[in-house]
Design a protein around this ligand. Sequence first.
Ligand code: NOJ
Ligand code: CA
Length: 719
Amino acid sequence: MKFLKTILCGLFVAALVPRVNAQSANPVEVTMNKVKLSFTLDAAGTPQYNVQYDQRTVVAPSRLGFALADDSTFYKDFEVLKTSSRSVNDSWQPVWGEVKSIRDQFEELTVSLRQRKAPGRLLNIVFRVFEEGVGFRYEFPLQPNLKYFVVTDELTQFRLTGDHKTFWIPGDYDTNEYLYTTSKLSEIDNTDMVKTSTDIAVRTAPDPYAVQTPLMMKSTEGLYINIHEAALSNYPAMQLHVDRAGYTLTSSLVPDAFGNKAYLHAPAQTPWRTVIVSNKAADLLASKMILNLNEPTSLTNTSWIKPMKFVGVWWEMQTGKATWNYSNFPDSMDARGNLIPNGTHGANTANVKRYIDFAAQHGIGGVLVEGWNKGWEDWFGNWKENVFSFTTPYPDFDVREITRYAASKGVTMIMHNETSGSATDYERQLDTAYRFMNQFGYPSVKTGYVGKIIPRGEHHDGQWMVNHYERVARKAAGHQVTIDVHEPMRPTGQHRTWPNWMASEAGRGNEYNAFSVGSPPEHETILPFTRLMGGPMDYTPGIFKMKGYASYAPDRQMHTTLAKQLALYVTIYSPLQMAADLPENYSAKPDAFQFIKDVAVDWDDTRIIEAEPGDYVTIARKEKGKANWFIGAITDENSRTATVPLSFLEKGQVYVAVIYGDGPGADWKTNPESYKIETFLVDGNSNLKLKLAPGGGAAVHVRPAAAQELKQLKKYNLK
Ligand code: NOJ
Ligand code: CA
């Protein structure tokens, strides 16, 4: 029915407002509000497109096309066979998300091309023009002279118009876990960053001038431009090679073991290339364009997919208090072949029960346990194929008893499958691993790919692995299991298609503040504009003990204040949010922990209040199906005052605002644990002024006031 509505509505609009010029005209233009896309063929028959925003050029005429194994010039000598257009104005409801309903409105132009030289191969380019940008993809139609083929290079270019300020990480085939560098386009060179990032397990970045997407830029005129991709499937991830003199970015696909990029079989299509643009940074964070460019899910029953918060036997290993491994390598076995316990194994039944009790007591939905299964003794760094069993617990992890105990307390157990990069081994065990989860009532799994990939020669972000992650998502869906993938390629909105793929890491998470020197205070203000553009991140926020937590590095500390850790539950979107610290550190500060207990993980509405990449982000979200709002405001190393007009609140309703802010003298470096909690009455006319310390933040819980609170509490007044 919805499909029919889309078509009828599309035809109707197209008939009334012919926004696409006559098909023979050259160039062909499509506009939507301030965004204009033009397509043309140049004198050599090379497809070219350009993008304008508010009459300013965002992408100057840029090349489209490919080098194929049997035709290195599949980018020129084309003629236009025909163009066709359609208009769509629809909306859809995500299974979970930042908003209840998503509007999908675009003008579409399909250009059908044929190469003039024999054998006259066909290529279509489909453009979708949205109010906030442009997406385009290539289609290889069914045709007699292109069946199985190999893409040796995609030649898509993005010719930018100036030396934009750029927030970038190296274009690495195996990781997205670098720190961001802010520089001009002309200054991009990843050599030092790749060399010095020894805290990242596997680094493969042969091109010093390649960067990862989402790539965030700001022009001197104040245009915010984001380049990424959508619906990455059966194709390698796209990185961008930067021509520093010409400000030109060229698609650089992650190669396979032979140096080839993609193996396709027509009819086939590439992911969408996306350019999102606005003169307001907040508009980029509100954009749903990447999600809209993904296919609707084919899962008919999604009732088993549930957003949740969780705690885990995890930070104690990250900080060196416990170990994943049960025995110490290499003397791990006695003469009879039994594992010798090392006495530091975190995933033992008693300790797991402690987390289950804590979760049950505080209404936290899930408990993750890492290090429960055999294989951790020498799991890392050996590029060996058969590392873990995903069905064999260590002797001190009583899976039956834990399942029974968790169920009796109403707590959900979260499975952990670390593969150490051996994707082949994981695929062999997938069926038994997911049956095991079903048998023991684990509706959710965190997977991981630390290490060099097997099949050897493949990369985390290449076509083979992109297909692997999708196979895992499909298999998990078949078993009604949700997944949280660590070390995959960065997301491209595929959670619309696979809503059980609830989160990914694919970036530099909070854990880097444990095993490395960490990430500076600006890091979390850049993530929404980069990594998070493609989808939710399992960042693992909520650390309360800010210094001296790492036993192996006593001077290690977090790079935020405690209040900022709370704000991250709102500014970093994920339907799965970990309360990452140890239960005892939460029990020591029950008043601050209350925010983590209360904060929602699924939303009806989201408002980006203010945002500037690298500097600050303030977001307000309305809890799904409830009248509550949660606000998160964060800053970089500079203190600032975040101003939050509460005009989104229901008119005439009085609310209670509980403000978890930076306390007296708070400073991420010198005094990170200083916080204060204040409670006021507010309404739609209130204007919060949240004072954020250097590296600080504020988290606010806003809920309708009860009758007696109207008398007891003071009204918020402007200071
Ligand atoms: C890296 C993941 O990001 C981390 O969360 C996990 O604990 C380790 N791998 C071990 O699997
Ligand atoms: Ca800054």
